[in-house]
Ligand binder design. Structure first.
Ligand SMILES: Nc1nc2c(ncn2[C@@H]2O[C@H](COP(=O)(O)OP(=O)(O)OP(=O)(O)O)[C@@H](O)[C@H]2O)c(=O)[nH]1
Ligand SMILES: [Mg+2]
Length: 657
C-alpha cells in the first residue's frame, strides 16, 4: 500500500516539476520567481527521499544483528528466543524429581565465549550443518606470534622491554587447541605445556618456529562440517550442532583453522524460518572489547538498510556500553537508523525488582522495568541521541529457570514460551513500525506536496525573508578550519597496547583477528572531529531557516518549502561529514601505501621491534611525519567540500537547476 502510494506520489511530483519548469523557462533572472525555484528544489528533494523510502519498503526480509559487550548474554538470548535449546534429563536432588535442564545449542559462558561472528540461516538441505569462514593463515600466524611473546615473557620477563597484553581468552583458548599446548593437572599441580615448551627453546624465534609447526596451518583448509549420517531425531540434530559448534568455537578440530565467522545452517526441524517471514538470518556479532566502533558494526548499523540492530546490554549498566555507538550513529541528522535500532536489556534475577523509584524500592518487576526504561530514555535525551523510546525491549532468557537451568516449579513451559514470543513479536514489530513510519512520511509528503502546489505568491515580507535567509546562509561560506587530525589520530593509535600495535604494523594497518583497523580509526576520528567543529555553523544555518518557516504565512507554501530545506541541510551535513571522513581514511591509506614490505615506512615499523626501548614513541613519530599530508588534506578539503558539497547545494535550492 505505502509502496504504491509512494510510487503514485512520485509520478505526480514529477509532473508538477515539469509544469513548474515550463513556467520559469527562459526567465532565469527574474527574482520574484524565487518561490517557484524553491518549490522545484523542494519537490526534487522529496522525490529523492521517496526513492529511498521505496527501496526500504521493498526489502523483503531482514538480518537481525545482535551487538553488545563481551559476555552480556547475546548468545543466550538468541538461543532462547529462537528455541535453539536442548533439554537434558537430570535429577534435581532437593525433591528427588527428575527435571529438564536446558542448555543452549550454541556455546555460552561467563564472557569471552563466542570466538567470532555467528550467522544463523536456513539450511540448504534438510539437515543442519556448519561452516566457517577462517582467518587467513597470515592473520593466524600473527596472532600465534603475539601469543608466543606472551608465553615467552612469562618465563623470561627481563628479556622484553614491555609487558605483553594477555591475549583475549577466546582466541588464546583456540590457539592452545590448534597448537596442542594445553594446561593439564599433574599431581595436583597445573602444568602448562606452552611454558614447558618455552623452557625447551633457546630463543624466542626458535620457540615461535616450533609453535607455528605445531599449528600446521597449511593442513587446516576445511571449511564445511556436515554430520556423516542423517539425524534420527531433532534432539540428536541439536546435540550434533551443540558439540560441533563448540569444537569449531574452541579450535578443536584438526582440519579447521581459526574461524572469523561460524555459519550455522539450521534445518527447518530446528528453526523454521517460514514462521518468521521477515527474517533472513540471525547474526551474533563478536562481543565488543571496549566501547570503540568497529568496521563490521558500522556496516550493520549504517552501511545497510536490511538489518535490524539489537544492541544488547545488561540491566544495571544499560545503556553505558552501547551509548558510544548510539552517539555516533543516532545523530539528530541521521535518517532511517533509529527505526532499525533497538536496545535489548537483560534484567537478571531480581535486578528489576531491586530498583529504586520515586517512592523507594519498586513494588514489582514490571514497575522496575518501567523505571529503568525511563532512566534510559532520559540518558539518551541528555546525550542528544535520536532514539525511539518504544524500541527498548527487556528479556531475561533465564527468568523461569533455577541456578541449575531447570524450570522452576512455579513456572511452566507456557511461561517460557509466552515470554519469548512476546520479545520476538516486539522484534518483528520493529520492522512493521519502521515501515509504518515511512508510510506516514509518505503521507506527510502528500500534504506538503499539496501545500506547495496550492501555495500562492510570496508577500513582499516573505520575499525579504528569503533574500535575508540567503544572505545569512552565505555568511557561513568561510570556515577558518584548521585540522588537528594528526594529533587526534596519534592519540587514538597510542591507545593500542604495544603488542597489538606491533601486530597492526606487521599486518600493514589492519589486524582483523583483534578487530583493529587503523584506516577505519582514521574515518572515526575525522567524523568526531568534523561533527564537533562544524556543528555550530550548521546549526546557525538551520536556525535561520526555522526562523523563516515560523514567520512565513500559512498560505504561500513557503512553510513546507523551509521544512524541506531544513531536512536537506541536515542530510547534506551528514553526507559531508561521512564523505570527508571516508576520504581522509583513503588519504591515510594512500600515505601509508604500498601496504607491503617494500615500503620503507612498513619495513621500518616492522623491523623496529626488539631494537631497544621507545618502540611505540618512535613509531608514532614516524606515523606523525607520514600523516602530514592527511592533516593538510583535511585542512584544505574541509573548506572546499563545505563550499561544494554543502553551501553550493543549499544555495542551489534557491535557484533553478
Ligand atoms: N540470569 C540471566 N543470566 C544470563 C542471561 N543471559 C545470559 N546470562 C548469563 O550470562 C553469561 C554470558 O552469556 P553469553 O550468552 O555467553 O554472553 P555473550 O554476550 O554471548 O558473550 P560473548 O560471546 O563472550 O561475547 C552466561 O553465564 C549466561 O548464563 C539472562 O537473561 N539472565
Ligand atoms: Mg556469545
Amino acid at each position: 500500500m505505502a509502496l504504491q502510494q509512494a510510487q503514485k506520489l512520485k509520478d505526480r511530483i514529477q509532473n508538477e516539476i515539469v509544469d513548474l519548469e515550463d513556467r520559469i523557462r527562459g526567465q532565469k533572472n527574474v527574482y520574484s520567481l524565487i518561490k517557484i525555484r524553491c518549490s522545484i528544489s523542494s519537490l526534487n528533494s522529496i522525490l529523492t527521499r521517496l526513492k529511498k523510502i521505496e527501496n526500504i519498503l521493498k526489502i523483503p526480509n531482514y538480518d537481525i544483528v545482535f551487538i553488545g559487550k563481551i559476555g552480556v548474554g547475546k548468545t543466550t538470548a538468541i538461543c532462547h528466543l529462537f528455541n535453539l535449546i536442548l533439554g537434558k534429563e537430570s535429577l534435581v536432588s532437593k525433591n528427588w524429581k527428575t527435571a529438564q535442564k536446558v542448555e543452549e545449542a550454541l556455546s555460552t559462558g561467563s564472557g569471552r565465549t563466542t570466538i567470532g561472528e555467528v550467522i544463523i540461516q536456513p539450511s540448504k538441505t534438510d539437515c543442519s550443518y556448519l561452516a566457517i569462514e577462517p582467518y587467513s593463515n597470515d592473520e593466524v600466524k600473527e596472532f600465534i606470534i603475539e601469543t608466543c611473546h606472551y608465553f615467552w615473557h612469562k618465563v623470561h620477563p627481563s628479556q622484553s622491554d614491555s609487558v605483553p597484553e594477555v591475549p583475549p581468552a577466546e582466541l588464546l583458548r583456540a590457539i592452545r587447541n590448534i597448537t596442542n599446548l594445553r594446561e593439564s593437572r599433574v599431581e595436583r599441580k597445573t602444568v602448562d605445556q606452552a611454558i614447558e615448551l618455552v623452557k625447551d627453546h633457546a630463543s624466542l624465534n626458535e620457540f615461535v618456529e616450533a609453535i607455528l609447526n605445531r599449528a600446521n596451518l597449511a593442513s587446516r583448509g576445511k571449511t564445511e562440517l556436515k554430520a556423516p549420517l542423517k539425524f534420527k531425531t531433532v534432539e540428536e540434530e541439536k546435540r550434533w550442532l551443540r558439540d560441533n559448534f563448540a569444537s569449531l568455537n574452541l579450535g578443536k578440530l584438526t582440519d579447521y583453522s581459526l574461524p572469523k565467522k561460524i555459519l550455522v545452517y539450521v534445518s527447518s526441524n530446528l528453526l523454521d524460518f517460514k514462521h518468521y517471514p521477515r527474517l533472513k538470518s540471525i547474526i551474533d556479532t563478536r562481543g565488543m572489547d571496549d566501547a570503540r566502533d568497529r568496521k563490521d558494526l558500522e556496516e550493520y548499523i549504517r552501511g545497510r538498510d536490511n538489518t535490524i540492530c539489537i544492541l544488547a546490554e545488561q540491566f544495571v549498566t544499560a545503556p553505558t556500553n552501547v551509548s558510544g555507538l548510539m552517539k555516533k550513529y543516532l545523530t539528530q541528522e541521521s535518517r532511517d537508523i533509529d527505526s532499525k535500532l533497538a536496545l535489548l536489556v537483560f534484567p537478571r534475577k531480581g535486578e528489576a525488582e531491586d530498583i529504586v523509584g520515586l517512592d523507594g524500592k519498586v513494588q514489582s518487576r514490571a514497575e522496575g522495568i518501567e523505571v529503568r526504561s525511563d532512566q534510559i530514555v532520559d540518558s539518551f535525551a541528555r546525550d542528544n541521541i535520536k532514539f525511539i523510546p518504544q524500541n527498548i525491549l527487556f528479556y531475561d532468557a533465564l527468568r523461569f529457570y533455577d541456578e541449575e537451568h531447570a524450570l522452576k516449579l512455579s513456572y511452566s513451559e507456557e511461561d517460557v514460551e509466552s515470554e519469548r514470543r512476546n520479545v520476538l513479536e516486539n522484534i518483528s514489530h520493529l520492522i512493521e513500525m519502521r515501515e509504518a513510519t515511512l508510510s506516514q512520511e509518505v503521507e506527510s509528503y502528500e500534504i506538503i506536496f499539496e501545500q506547495i502546489k496550492a501555495g500562492g505568491v510570496l508577500s513582499k515580507e516573505e520575499e525579504d525573508l528569503v533574500t535575508d535567509l540567503k544572505k545569512k546562509i552565505e555568511q557561513h561560506r568561510t570556515l577558518n578550519f584548521l585540522s588537528n587530525f594528526q594529533n587526534e589520530y596519534i592519540t587514538r593509535l597510542k591507545s593500542y597496547h604495544v603488542m597489538v600495535f606491533r601486530a597492526i604494523n606487521n599486518r600493514f594497518g589492519t589486524y582483523e583477528l583483534r578487530g583493529k583497523d587503523i584506516y577505519h580509526d582514521a574515518s572515526d576520528v575525522t567524523e568526531m572531529l568534523l561533527k564537533e567543529r562544524l556543528a555550530k555553523d550548521k546549526e546557525n544555518i538551520v536556525g535561520a531557516i526555522d526562523l523563516v518557516e515560523q514567520h512565513a504565512s500559512e498560505t504561500s507554501g513557503l512553510k513546507p518549502v523551509m521544512q524541506i530545506l531544513h531536512e536537506q541541510v541536515d542530510e547534506y551535513f551528514e553526507d559531508l561529514v561521512i564523505g570527508l571522513s571516508k576520504e581522509v581514511a583513503g588519504v591515510v591509506e594512500k600515505s601509508l601505501s604500498p601496504q607491503c614490505y617494500s615500503n620503507e615506512f612498513w619495513a621500518y615499523t616492522q623491523n623496529r621491534w626488539g631494537r631497544g626501548s621507545g618502540y611505540r614513541d618512535d613509531l608514532l613519530s614516524c606515523y606523525k611525519a607520514q600523516l602530514e599530508d592527511s592533516n593538510n588534506f583535511l585542512t584544505g578539503s574541509v573548506q572546499n567540500a563545505w563550499e561544494k558539497e554543502f553551501m553550493k547545494k543549499i544555495l542551489a535550492f534557491f535557484s533553478a537547476h
